[in-house]
Ligand binder design. Structure first.
Ligand SMILES: [Zn+2]
Ligand SMILES: [Zn+2]
Length: 593
């Protein structure tokens, strides 16, 4: 979560549970050495060293969980106290990890804050201490005993350093209520079934080749159909709104990114290319390129706004450990666009983009439960570039556009980029997971850095405002999200194969071919199964490929000049003439149902 919030009750519960977990571990595994135990987005974890070759297994988690519930029922107080570094060293004398942490605290010249549970808390009724600054609940009775569970175990290096000891990480899930916990567990199980890497392989959508490298997925023909449909749809939404297509190369001289500031921002994430004479960089962003296209025209106020659109691939050297499937890649294709406008035009332009976003996500079935972060400046105004006046105007324009479009938005302070305020769109997928996808950002920085201008009504040079916008975000990531959102059951317009013709026997093949050709001529993506398999098996195969429709052809259909249509969810639709079939499918495709 990028949103900064003051620690709330849930945070305190999760954090307190990490300590309770440790108490329970000490009860069951007295020699285990604790290290650190922070809060996560869904609960908490604790890293421990189970010394002397003692191993904790998944089967032990239940027992530890039961001990945790016992501890919660004892109504223990959580206290915070401050002790000297020396006192802390005495308390944690047998634990080299904690001693290392105390050394760090000493270096910073601070006292040590301890979390302390009194009375009958520790093993053998001793007091229980841990290094910690809180915050906690005041008493364990505030923690419902059924709102958490220990979910799994993993290995983790001490301080994330692979030269240091491997520890055991115990993960816990914790929510405000049992219902929320159950819903989350269910969502995770559902997410596993929808894993886009598994569905991607099953439907042959994309390929990751070790010879090509991690984070560089390749589109198979089936995946390319989906990708192209998404790109075409995005362009169709823009071309009516005054956008022009542009194209930019994949490399540029380093000087471009020094001017734009991206060389400093991306640092070692940049891919560098040594030419015979010049040094190049694989572009990490398209923005500076589009600035150059604008700069080569002397536009006047009558030409504004100027709008460019380009689905373009950028390259970033993400850490290989973070790459997986389509969600995190090194070749990222943005459905990128930049528009250049006067300050007065910001509201109207943002409004138009919001309209496009709403239309796009309505089609994708993701408008339910969305929200928009109206990301504005924080208190420290020195962190931001541009005058108060321009900021106020841009922030207000964004809000007015949000209001005019009835967006479910909320003001999030301090989340603006240093170069301007923005609207960030969060959408929920079919199983309720939230994804940040679309964004609209005002920029006062790049026009300044590239000295962009247009001639205003007074005949003077004036700086335009740049608006960056992306509707799907990255097309790779968006495809990954869509595969999981639809669980591979794409709507007809996105389906790689839209209908399969199933002749029952060899003697039906000729007529089946005629139907096949007619559908193909009508731009419907169609396959035919001429195998010797029985009809049942053919239908099962078609279902496995998640094909929306299939048309069965036997003696009756040939006599009547029809097909019998079936749908993967609606089941048998019935016999219909070829023309009616084409009409039905074409309409459904056109309307993107
Ligand atoms: Zn604590
Ligand atoms: Zn941009």
């Amino acid at each position: 979560m990028s949103q900064k919030e003051a620690p709330n009750q849930l945070f305190k519960v999760r954090h307190s549970l990490a300590h309770v977990l440790l108490m329970a571990i000490k009860h069951n595994f007295p020699h285990a050495l604790p290290t650190i135990g922070p809060v996560t987005d869904t609960g908490f974890y604790y890293d421990l060293d189970f010394i002397d070759g003692v191993k904790i297994g998944v089967e032990d988690l239940k027992k530890v969980e039961d001990t945790m519930r016992e501890i919660l029922k004892r109504n223990l107080d959580f206290k915070i106290e401050t002790v000297s570094v020396d006192q802390a060293r005495t308390l944690f004398a047998v634990n080299p990890f904690k001693l290392e942490l105390i050394d760090g605290i000493e270096k910073e010249g601070q006292n040590v804050t301890l979390y302390h549970t009194t009375a009958d808390a520790g093993q053998d009724g001793n007091d229980f201490y841990d290094l910690c600054e809180g915050p906690h609940v005041e008493n364990t009775k505030e923690i419902p005993t059924d709102c958490f569970t220990l979910s799994h175990l993993a290995g983790a290096y001490w301080r994330g350093d692979e030269t240091k000891p491997m520890l055991t990480r115990i993960y816990g899930l914790a929510f405000e209520t049992k219902e929320e916990l159950d819903a989350y567990v269910l969502q995770q199980e559902e997410a596993k079934k929808r894993d886009h890497r598994i569905i991607g392989a099953q439907l042959k959508l994309f390929t990751v080749s070790p010879l090509i490298g991690a984070g560089l997925p390749l589109m198979q023909p089936n995946g390319m159909i989906i990708r192209k449909e998404i790109e075409d749809y995005l362009w169709s939404l823009h071309c009516k709104k005054g956008y022009s297509r542009v194209w930019t190369p994949h490399i540029a001289k380093e000087a471009l990114y020094i001017t734009s500031g991206h060389a400093a921002k991306f640092g070692d994430e940049l891919f560098r290319v040594q030419g015979k004479e010049d040094k190049f960089i694989m572009k990490p962003m398209n923005c500076p390129h589009h600035m150059q296209i604008f700069a080569d025209n002397q536009f006047s106020y009558r030409d504004m706004p100027v709008r460019y659109f380009e689905p373009a691939t950028v390259y970033r050297d993400e850490k290989s450990g973070q790459l997986g499937g389509l969600l995190r890649v090194r070749a990222i294709t943005q459905d990128d666009g930049h528009l250049f406008c006067t300050q007065d035009q910001v509201k109207q332009e943002v409004s138009t983009i919001v309209g496009i976003i709403k239309e796009f996500y309505t089609t994708m079935g993701m408008m339910e439960g969305y929200w928009v972060s109206w990301s504005v400046r924080g208190d420290d105004k020195s962190k931001y570039l541009g005058t108060d006046e321009v900021w106020d105007l841009a922030e207000r324009s964004l809000e007015e556009a949000a209001k005019a479009n009835n967006l479910n938005y909320r003001r999030v302070e301090g989340e603006a980029a240093f170069y301007g305020p923005k609207l960030d769109f969060m959408f929920k997928d079919a199983i309720g997971r939230q994804w940040q996808l679309a964004t609209i950002q005002c920029d006062f920085n790049l026009p300044e850095r590239f000295d962009l201008n247009f001639i205003n009504a007074e005949g003077k040079k004036e700086r335009p405002v740049v608006i960056h916008r992306a509707i799907s975000g990255s097309i790779e990531r968006f495809m990954g999200v869509m595969i999981e959102h639809f669980a591979g059951n794409f709507p007809l317009w996105l389906s790689p194969n839209q209908i399969t013709i199933l002749p029952i026997a060899d003697k039906h093949a000729e007529y089946a071919n005629t139907v096949f050709e007619k559908l193909q001529d009508s731009n419907i993506r169609v396959k035919i199964d001429n195998s010797r398999e029985g009809l049942g098996k053919k239908i099962r195969n078609t279902r496995e490929m998640k094909t929306p429709y299939w048309a069965v052809i036997g003696d009756a259909e040939i006599t009547n000049g029809t097909v019998t249509l079936e749908h993967r969810i609606d089941g048998k639709i019935g016999e219909m003439k070829i023309e009616d079939l084409i009409k039905k499918l074409s309409e459904e495709i056109k309307e993107k149902k």
